[in-house]
Each structure stands twice: as C-alpha cells, then as structure tokens.
Design a protein around this ligand. Sequence first.
Ligand SMILES: [Zn+2]
Length: 249
Amino acid sequence: MSASQAFSADGGITNIYADTAQIIKSTAGTAMTAMIILVFLFISYEFYIIWANVQAKKVYHNSILYTTFILTPQHGIMHKPMNQEHMKEARTSGRYSTIWQNTGKCVFCDLKEKYILHEENGIVLTINLYPYIDGQLMAIPRRHIQSPKELTQKEWDTIRKFNYIAKKLIRHTHGHKGMWTLIREGGEKSQMTVSEHLHVQFIPFDAPDLCNWNYRVLNNTPLENISLYRKEKEELQSLLRKFEKKYNS
Ligand SMILES: [Zn+2]
C-alpha cells in the first residue's frame, strides 16, 4: 500500500496503523539484529583477549571477562595463579592495587621457600615479589608481629646484620651504591597494604624519582618543632620507663 491510498474511502485509518506497526516491527528487528551482532563481537573479542593472554603470558587490561574471572582470585572460578611475567609487571601496570586487596591472608606468614635467600634467628632474608626496583630485598620476622618494639634483641641484631649484607649484595649484584632501609609497621594507618606483619625493605636507590614523596606545606619552623616535642618531657620520660619495663625486662 502506498501513502496516497492511506485516506481512501474504506479502511484508510486502519492502513496507516498497519504501516506504522510494520515500521516499528522492522525497526525492532534491526535493533535486535544489531544487538546480537554486538554481543557476538563482544564475546569474540573477550575470547581473543583470553587467547592472547595465554599465548603471550601477558596482562591485558582491556578485557572485562579476563580481569573479572581469571585474574581476580576471589572469584575462584577459572582463576590461575599469577605467573612470573604478571608479577614482574604488577607495579608498573597498576595491577598491584588489585592484588594486595585480594590476598585474604598474611602473606608474610606464608613465605615461599623458593624466594628465600637466607634465614637466621627467626629472621628471613628474601626478595620482594613486587619490588619497586630490581634487586630489592626484605628482612621479615617469622613471628607475626607488627612493630620493631616486639623484636627480641637477637632478632633486631639479625635485621641489623641483614641490612649490612643486603647493601653489599645489592651493590655487588646490581651495581647500586645507595640503599634505603624502610621499616614498615603500623597497619592500615601507615598504608601497609599487604599485611600488618612487620617487614624491613632494603631498596636499591638509583635515582631520586624512585620514591616520590609528596611533601606537605609546613606549619612549624625547626625551632617550633623541637619546642613542641620538648613540652612532652614528662611523657618522654614515662615512655622510656614503660618501654624498658615492657620490652626490655
Ligand atoms: Zn603474618
């Protein structure tokens, strides 16, 4: 039927409705076809990414299914352990932020023997699985403690010894003369991400941009700072006595 026949003597209005219905029907059909094609393309794309990941052993971030079901440990299904390449790229690719939120356990109570270099007096000298830089080492007490104050004298002396050894080894193996020793304690408030288990990082220092510090605008001059602490003289004396009693007796 043509448009000129729409208002002809009998049934004209009915024909207009029939035409409109036909147009809607064909539009819906086209939309449905487009939707099916899109879903098909999406699934194909996802499978291609999974295949590419398996082939190249690389991490791709542009796949929703892959990152959701394969790389996210909490899902369980289809989850495969991180391979060495994933670990190597975790910091620079940004994936580390997902990893530490999904550990679900204290990673330092569950150290892997294959990554341990040496152990003495309950202190482990190990590599960092997600280092800031090649060659980074760590000293970790076997005991799940949060703070250096809980270390025995023997453990503390061993950490001191490992600090010396780490510096020498880093220089010998990686050629860096500088090293930062970073004692991590304090849980979430100190932005401890993986665990509340005390650990000491031995970080090879190659250039100032390795660890960017976001310095704050200061409220106090050096003299104001020392005077604030000197006001706490009594508190200082009390803490000195408390420490001796609690941890050194
Ligand atoms: Zn622990």
